[in-house]
Design a protein around this ligand. Sequence first.
Ligand code: ADP
Ligand code: ZN
Length: 746
Amino acid sequence: MDAAEILKTYFGYDSFRNGQEEIVRSILSGKDALAIMPTGAGKSICYQVPALMLSGITIVVSPLISLMQDQVKALNEAGIHAAFINSSLTEAQITKAMRLAAEGRYKIIYVAPERLESALFMQFARNGKISMVTVDEAHCISQWGQDFRPSYLKIVAFIDSLPERPVVSAFTATATREVKTDIECTLKLQDPRVVVTGFDRENLYYSVEHILGKRKDAYILDYIQKHADESGIIYCATRKNVENLYEKLDRSGISVTRYHAGMDNDARKKSQDDFIYDRVQIVIATNAFGMGIDKSNVRFVLHYNMPQSMENYYQEAGRAGRDGESAQCILLFSVQDVMINKFLLERKEFEGMDIDDIELVRQRDTQRLQVMEGYCKTTTCLRNYILEYFGEKAAAPCDNCGNCHREYYEQDMTAEAKWVVNCVTETKGRYGLNIVIGTLLGANRARLKEIGANTYRSYGVLDQRSETDIRLLIDQMLAEGYIVQTGGEYSVLQVGDIHRLRAESTHVIVRKAQDEEETVKRTKKKKTDSLTGAGFELFDRLRRLRQVIAKEAAMPPYIIFSDKTLIDMCAKAPTNQAQMLAVSGVGENKYQKYGERFIQEITAFLSENPNAVVSTQIDEEPAPVVKKERKAEFYLNREDAERFQYAEYYYISDIRAKLNQVCSAVNVKKVTLSAIWEYLVAAGMTTEEQGQEGYRKVQTERGLELGIKTINKTSQGGFAYQLLMYPETVQRMIVEYFVGSGSEVK
Ligand code: ADP
Ligand code: ZN
């Protein structure tokens, strides 16, 4: 059989996905391979298919027991002989598995890295024919990865000790440059074929909701009510949060379980199984949960708190929608989350690392946290934010994320900003956010009287404003450096660089989301939406049948068939073997095991509902969704342009504010920073440069000649960064550009 036939026969898929075939071919030609693919892209197929075609055995090194067990179950279901050898087995079981392995019983053997050192295993590996060593979750070998495992370093010695070097393939979902280099070098890959597939997960809808801590529970309750029957994960930053939320949801009668490192092994195992086997709808967990959870029908991942890094977030959120169906990833953000995370990072333990390394890792942690905070606060496309972080060139806004769907309006809050500075000055930089906000609002709190804040000049000056507005303003001022927030447990606000605020031309612009109600929700259609009422009934019946079979076989339901496969089954309504084998995800072995029962169920359904049209065409374009009237892209007319106030130097945000200020056209969008930036890049004045600390915006030769200069700054976290300032010549070019682009708009 060739690779395509194996894919169809064993796994039931008609074609390889992007990147898979390249990896398979490389392995079969004896060339090492490194695949960097996002979660859900289908990495396992890349080594499982060639493993079946190579003459000897494939050893897969994998970091987690649950991950191995799941993979082996799925392989056995597909009719492939596979086994795992790890500490969950007894000595007797291990001996038996090794004996069978030596007899050539298994094509694929999963092991934990520690096992590679055991004498028994070494002996087996030297005598048997090992065709390939596959390293799964290969980023674990890198100290710069987010979960470094020293035992991964033993893999190389193991490979070197084999009589004949097998082909080596490595897989990961972590795409940063350092990690990639580390994998190639540390694993000593030989001129590997490197395949990096896109990190975009089109079926995932991302959004960030800014919610006060105490209102998060209500949000979640409401969300779950609107998504009854859907499987989901809720991540919390701490065990305590997990416990509290669990209590609440459980009391409200929701089908829920919990998972964190403070529970004993059995309780954790039970929680995980209940979730995987669809016995409970929702799991609330810390980040201890999830590695190796291949459950494909997770429809939402909510984050109760902001995670510590984009890598973590991408991985955790990525557990949604592995079947390719629409799923939602929603992060509930409140200001306290940043504090919690700083606190957690301060407590982080660094076992067995040098002082220098610890310092470096600490710095990276802080930077990662800042990137994550940026995600929570950006008002531009969330998907692009993620993709840019992972080094992909962002395209146009995605139109499938919370920020793309939200309408924003801008408020000039310069006057209020000056009062914030006055207030912080009056506190002498001794108090935190809550005191400052309370003072400005003129709140009647004992604590304010105690410290004498009620006698400040700034007391109550902003009492016409809402607390939310003032928080947004302070966020914006922190971002622009007018005030700074100290780190540590008792974080206080202090006056930053307010020089610019004195200039007449400076404006502090706060972007605020339009009310939720006004925002039109335009989530992508789910595939199940293409089922008719009758189709949905069938889907439900097939799902129940799957549940029954899963129980009999003591197997997670999604390993029997994924949701995607069931939906395809409803659409095709197969009533014979050939039709059934044409359903995506139904291979020979699974057909033998379950095909008949599903055909019976479908036949019974069709005879009870002779007129049922089971599905509307699945591949048709989704029905047009209701959109708000689209605004035209930003442009200026000649008169507007003439009102633009030039200055010797402006930051890009000043230029944006000025452009928006002079624009008189109605029903056009506000100009964005990225639109201006894109022009600057296209005109060859600026560019993005990748340095050690990630991307930096810099001027080109031409930009330097035109007078663009760099200003050095330090953020509240002590993180040094640079801002570009643009001279009048460049300001004029930008204005001209937007007048120019206006000529295309009627
Ligand atoms: P990863 O390890 O990259 O996170 P998996 O190997 O778990 O991803 O695959 C994700 C899902 O995609 C699984 O349900 C898998 O069966 C499915 N899949 C993989 N390759 C294909 C393919 N070529 N066609 C259809 N589905 C596929
Ligand atoms: Zn978007």
